[in-house]
Design a protein. Structure first.
Ligand SMILES: Cc1cc2nc3c(=O)[nH]c(=O)nc-3n(C[C@H](O)[C@H](O)[C@H](O)COP(=O)(O)O)c2cc1C
Length: 120
């Protein structure tokens, strides 16, 4: 959301998981990193947490900060924490998938319907 400056102190994720690919084993993990990320996020939600996959990461800065050896490729980061806001799923109207907040601060997330996703 362009008019949102980002989370304030106290709203920021309380934990991050950095997903690494071990290049000594392979450099092609197909979609396994995505399956692992989704499994971790679903487990977190079951436990009452919220999370987000973050692919937009300053990888070299993160590598330097945590001293991550070159052997490991930084694939993506999962942010985890207690959800600070109420989120509702809406149906997409006229193709508009932009998130928005209403006057009460409820976060609306439009999603395409199952019928729109299944072809044939
Ligand atoms: C591989 C991948 C990378 C992502 N990277 C980012 C990111 O860097 N920043 C971000 O705000 N959302 C990112 N997202 C999107 C969020 O993780 C999340 O999937 C998206 O907000 C949809 O969440 P929703 O189901 O609550 O709408 C990424 C998603 C995926 C699958």
């Amino acid at each position: 959301m362009k008019d949102w400056p980002g989370p304030e102190d106290g709203e920021r994720p309380s934990a991050y998981i950095i997903q690494l690919g071990d290049l000594d084993l392979t450099n092609d993990w197909w979609c396994d990193d995505g399956i692992a990320a989704q499994s971790m996020l679903l487990t977190a939600v079951e436990a009452g947490f919220g999370g987000c996959i973050i692919g937009s990461v300053q990888r070299e800065r993160l590598r330097d900060l945590l001293d991550i050896p070159d052997r490991y490729k930084i694939i993506q980061v999962l942010a985890l924490g207690l959800p600070a806001e109420e989120v509702v799923i809406d149906e997409v109207v006229k193709g508009d998938i932009k998130y928005w907040r209403d006057k009460k601060g409820v976060h609306h997330v439009p999603k395409r319907s199952l019928g729109d996703l299944i072809i044939g």
